[in-house]
Structure formats: C-alpha cells, structure tokens
Design a protein around this ligand. Structure first.
Ligand code: PGA
Length: 237
C-alpha cells in the first residue's frame, strides 16, 4: 500500500485525478468504480478540467457507482447516481449508456445486487476501483461486521454511517437505512485501487490503515493490505 501525502485538498484531488487520468489514457475503455462523498468532488473537478482541455477522453470508458441507497432512483437528488451525474458525468464527454449504478428502486434489492455484479463481470471486472473511506473504515458501503461480502450485496447501514450521512437529508428519518454496494471481492479483483482521504474525521481511520497491520473485518479497509496495487492519496499525516 502506497501513501501519497498532499499538503492541501486541491493537491490531493489533483494527484488522484492524475492517477485516474493515466489509467483512462492507457486504456480508453477501462472499467472504473467511482465513489460518492465530499472527498472525491475535487478529483472529479480536476478530471472534468482535463477533459475540457482535451487531455482525456471519457467516451469509451465504463463507470460504475460504488454504491447506491436502497429506495432512491437515478433521478433522486440524494441518490448516488445523481451525485456522479451532477459532479462528473454532466461535465465530461462520457457516454451515459456506459454509466451504471445499482438499481435502488428494484423490488428485490438482492436480485439487483446480483444483476449489478453481472454487469461488472460482463465487462471483465474493474480495472480501477476509486474509493473513499468511512470514519469506521468502510469502503463503499462495506460496513464493519463479523464477516464481509465478496460480491455486490444489500447492506444495512451502521449508526456511524447514518450519523455521518444524515446531513444530506432533511432529517435522519428520511435517510435510507440500506444500500447496495459492490463487495470486497469486487474491489479486490480490480487491477488498481485508488483511495482519497481528507479531514480530521478520517484521521483515525487513516492512522489505523497505516499502522495497524491486522486484517480485520471490523475495519473493512484493512483487507486492502492484501491487494498488490493500492494508492492512498491523503492530506492526513
Ligand atoms: P466522504 O465519505 O467523502 O463524504 O467523507 C467517504 C465515505 O464515507 O466513504
């Protein structure tokens, strides 16, 4: 696991965007998993700038949301597909037919999860998994638990995550309590993993990722230690 330390949020975003842009140049039809959250917004802005300036082309790339809330549609403003549409897709020359998210409105979320994993597999799996990290060490919505899931699944969110994300909803009651997320196996099969982490509330999680060498399903990002190509770009010392 390689850590790249940046002085500022802008530098972190630029460094992460550089890595992702390089992958897109190397393989224009690469398959990416993309996260939601405050942290990756700057990376998406930097990628959009590169696209505007003609340095990278999104038209052949395939983009999969890392996760989506159960109960929210693609059009829902708090939904995660909508987040990627607003923060990235509408600013770049992406082919929207190549943008994917788990179906949060499916009558059977378990079937939607299986279908999503199939969609990723049908393109040969992920080339790049771009991730944030939760305060509790979650990646995607793979929450701390006694056991973790290999493939995309329907997860019940933890109190810590509900508390962290309720700010995006009118009240905590309106926040979905379940989500569909790509699994730990889906992530681990990616050729390359890139993580961004910024802010005081992530300091403990990053310290633990750096210093505690155990593999612990109670701290899901610790599993990334098993992967040969992980870059964590962070402002956290
Ligand atoms: P954040 O979320 O970027 O909004 O902090 C990251 C995460 O919880 O995975």
């Amino acid at each position: 696991m390689e850590f790249i330390l940046s002085d500022t949020y802008e530098q972190m975003s630029g460094a992460a965007a550089e890595i992702l842009a390089k992958e897109l140049k190397r393989k224009p039809n690469a398959v990416f998993a993309l996260p939601t959250g405050s942290t990756p917004i700057g990376t998406y802005q930097a990628l959009a700038k590169q696209n505007r300036e003609g340095q990278i082309d999104f038209s052949q790339g395939n983009f999969f949301n890392v996760d989506e809330y159960v109960g929210l549609s693609r059009e829902s403003e708090q939904g995660y597909y909508h987040f990627l549409y607003t923060n990235l897709y509408q600013h770049v020359n992406v082919d929207l037919a190549k943008t994917h998210a788990p179906d949060g409105t499916a009558a059977d979320p378990e079937l939607a999860a299986i279908d999503y994993e199939r969609q990723i597999d049908s393109l040969g799996g992920l080339d790049v998994a771009f991730l944030g990290i939760g305060r509790n060490g979650h990646i995607g919505f793979n929450e701390p638990a006694d056991s973790l899931h290999y493939a995309t699944y329907c997860v019940t969110l933890t109190e810590s995550t509900i508390e962290a994300n309720a700010r995006f909803f009118a009240s905590v009651d309106e926040m979905p309590k379940q989500a569909l997320t790509i699994g730990i196996g889906t992530i681990m099969k990616a050729d390359k993993i890139v993580m961004v982490a910024h802010g005081e509330d992530k300091a403990e999680a990053i310290r633990r990722l750096k210093e505690d060498t155990s593999l612990n399903t109670g701290f899901p990002s610790s599993l990334l230690r098993l992967h040969p190509d992980v870059t964590v770009v962070t402002t956290i010392k």
